[in-house]
Design a protein around this ligand. Structure first.
Ligand SMILES: [Zn+2]
Length: 252
């Protein structure tokens, strides 16, 4: 068992996005791939549909709100990313932003203004295939607490948290649009697949879309647990218990 679920399990977990895969979507996805073979075009269309299903599932379960949050996947020749200003609950697979391997916008709607966060994670984690960023309620609440360890914000409350998230460094606050945030993310992303942006929210890379979503949901659930326990004496996992889990189930 790895720390991430296989796609087929996630597919059954995520809300069904039936109806999203219109014939028009298929042709657009194929055409936008330029010289891609029909087989590659179909694979790209499936990636677009999976991204929209995952986004919709997160939104419908209130894991992010309004037009906040963004998802991306690494493709064979670049990236697919959620567009700027779009609600994760109402994405059109044909209008996802497509970026080339250098992070330049190729087609689709303009990418999220936080695309630099995703690209910083991908650059530092060659094995990453997906990145999720949310403004989820409890993780964001933890990101504004004054009395946290910036090297590892949440305690090891459960084995699943240790397996799917591991350690969670706090990235110092940056104003919206401040590209210095990308450098702050890069500094930490090579060693950690999950980061908490101060006064903002979590960003998590995974070796699959399902893995990234699973990890960011585990992070949110643990933040909620942590806040529910706040002020009470806790029996966290011991360093020895954490080490044993990490040896058997490396996170990220
Ligand atoms: Zn954000």
């Amino acid at each position: 068992m790895s720390g991430e679920r296989p796609d087929r399990e996630a597919g059954s977990k995520l809300a069904a996005g039936a109806g999203m895969a219109s014939a028009g979507t298929t042709s657009t996805g194929t055409a936008s791939a330029g010289s891609a073979t029909p087989l590659a075009g179909r694979a790209l269309t499936r990636e677009r549909e999976a991204l929209c299903r995952a986004a919709r599932s997160l939104f419908e379960r209130a894991l992010t709100h309004g037009s906040t949050g963004n998802l991306s996947v690494r493709t064979d020749d670049g990236y697919l990313m959620t567009p700027t200003g779009a609600s994760l609950g109402d994405l059109d697979p044909a209008r996802l932003s497509r970026l080339d391997a250098g992070g330049r916008w190729v087609d689709g709607d303009a990418p999220t203004k936080e695309s630099f966060l995703h690209l910083a994670m991908y650059d530092e984690r060659p094995g990453a295939r997906a990145v999720a960023h949310l403004h989820s309620h409890h993780a964001t609440a933890v990101s504004v607490l004054a009395d946290v360890d910036p090297q590892d914000v949440l305690p090891p409350l459960t084995a699943y948290y240790v397996m799917r998230v591991g350690t969670l460094p706090l990235v110092p606050y940056h104003a919206p649009g401040d590209l210095a945030l990308a450098d702050a993310v890069r500094e930490r992303a090579g060693r950690h697949h999950a980061l908490l942006l101060a006064n903002h929210g979590p960003v998590v890379a995974g070796t699959s879309l399902a893995g990234a979503c699973d990890a960011i949901e585990e992070l949110e659930a643990t933040a909620r647990l942590h806040l529910s326990l706040h002020g009470r004496a806790c029996r966290c996992l011991t360093p020895e218990q954490v080490a044993a889990i990490r040896a058997k189930f490396p996170a990220g």
